[in-house]
Write a protein that binds this ligand. Sequence first.
Ligand code: FE2
Length: 151
Amino acid sequence: MTATRLLASQHRQVLALLKKAASAQDVETRRRLLQAIEHRLTTHARIEEDLFYPAVKELARENTEEMVDKALQEHRVVGLVLAELLGVDPADERFEVDLTVLEGLVEHHAEEEEREMFRLAEKLAAGGAGRSDGRARRRGLASAPGACRFD
Ligand SMILES: [Fe+2]
């Protein structure tokens, strides 16, 4: 599986869990689902921030720097809402409101990232067009982040 496919599938998994949590009626299920969401979002953000975004930045193409900065800002806001939500009683109606906000943020982040950053990474990977001095290549990340494989 390529890096972009893995990351996009993580987006889908988190969004599915958010929808499940939004429709869950009992408090225990909501709590359990929120823990799963937190775990998956944290893992996803770590992969992107530690591996994927630095590789994208190294491409130094089009507006990669700007794309990464925007994505990092979105992660920060998602983190703030998630932290807030973790402190809310799942029986409280605020839980549903915050959950809807979180879902909207994740949806926006996923849609934009997949449409812009992932597409660019895949395009460059397909053309084998990493930067010629390729620090990413030297680190074994192949010629472009879209080409990273996790299988
Ligand atoms: Fe992402």
